[in-house]
Design a protein around this ligand. Structure first.
Ligand code: FES
Length: 90
């Protein structure tokens, strides 16, 4: 298990290592948008990493990332304690 903080939501939750951030949000009723249903085809689930780290960036994420600290919540997996904030793309 690892600690995942959603800074903008003022929520800290425990999550299984290997879970996507989208799975974590679904499990805890947190409002991550999923316009494409979690298939890396939109950027509504995008987050910014404030502290800590997530799984390596997947190739399918690259078109949606404008900055090095951005990730897609439906692809990025929990590996250690991490702090993020929601940063959905337009
Ligand atoms: S939910 Fe659409 S890219 Fe993640």
């Amino acid at each position: 298990m690892a600690r995942v903080e959603f800074a903008d939501l003022e929520r800290v939750v425990e999550a299984a290592v290997g879970s996507t951030l989208l799975e974590v949000c679904d499990a805890h009723g947190l409002p991550m948008e999923t316009a494409c249903g979690g298939f890396a085809a939109c950027n509504s689930c995008r987050v910014r990493v404030i502290a800590g780290t997530l799984s390596p960036v997947e190739d399918v994420e690259e078109p949606f990332l404008d900055a090095p600290d951005q990730r897609l919540g439906c692809q990025a997996r929990v590996v250690v304690d991490v702090t993020v904030r929601l940063d959905p793309g337009a």
